[in-house]
Design a protein around this ligand. Structure first.
Ligand code: MG
Ligand code: MG
Length: 243
């Protein structure tokens, strides 16, 4: 059984090395809405990988593999390029442009030349940096704290929108959080899912919203699936909801 699993993992690794060149990767755009106006106010770009024979592979499976075999940086750069080109196409078609969020892997976030690469892509596509948002997970932000703060400061100065993802799950340090020049906290979907069934999750969500607003951040609630959750989060003054 273990051998079969190991072989399958090797197969996946090999396939993943060619996924970019074979055009098997694509982006899906998950919309974000302002619960007050119900208007579309942004989107998050999510990476999808479909293997011709096997079908869809979960990002929870292939992203860690891509990090381990050292190809997350080129894949991540492809994602940013795709997003810039998509924003360009929407603008060219006269569609209203909304900000698009890109998830940065911790490895990508630590690349010293990341900002230069992104700026080059923006220059090539003529996209306003304010239309790009970067999400880094709370866990990734809290490791290597001084590098994190320096990079966030640089990105903030370049006018990118910055979010801490999966907030509430990754050993947050509030003394560091207050130093982060970020715009948004994204409440992890695990809290949102049981908002009506769990008094504790409800208390956590209320506290995060209050904390975020006091620190001058917006709040996005992720994993919103029912009208009940939507209305409730709106009543709590949550700024943005996402499915
Ligand atoms: Mg995200
Ligand atoms: Mg998230």
């Amino acid at each position: 059984f273990l051998i079969a699993e190991a072989i399958e993992l090797l197969d996946l690794e090999n396939a993943l090395r060619h996924a970019l060149a074979r055009g098997e990767l694509e982006l899906a755009y998950k919309p974000k809405h302002d619960p007050k106006t119900r208007r579309l106010c942004g989107a998050e770009a999510l990476l999808r990988w479909t293997l011709p024979q096997k079908g869809r592979v979960s990002p929870a499976v292939f992203i860690p593999i891509a990090e381990e075999i050292g190809i997350i940086v080129p894949i991540g750069e492809w994602v940013i390029r795709e997003v810039c080109e998509q924003l360009r196409r929407w603008a060219d078609e006269g569609l209203p442009t909304v900000r698009v969020a890109v998830n940065l892997s911790p490895i990508q976030f630590r690349q010293p030349d990341l900002s230069e690469r992104v700026l080059r892509l923006l220059g090539e596509t003529g996209i306003d940096p304010r239309l790009l948002e970067f999400e880094i997970t709370e866990g990734a932000a809290m490791e290597n704290i001084h590098t994190t703060i320096a990079t966030l400061k640089l990105f903030n100065a370049l006018d990118f929108h910055l979010s801490i993802d999966d907030f509430g799950t990754g050993h947050s340090s509030l003394s560091y959080l207050k130093q982060f020049p970020i715009d948004t906290l994204k409440i992890d979907q695990s809290f949102v899912r049981h908002i009506h069934a769990s008094v504790k999750d409800e208390a956590i969500i209320k506290s995060i919203i209050t904390l975020a607003h006091s620190l001058g951040f917006d709040v996005v609630a992720e994993g919103v699936e029912t009208q009940e959750q939507f209305d409730y989060l709106s009543a709590l003054d949550c700024d943005v909801v996402q499915g």
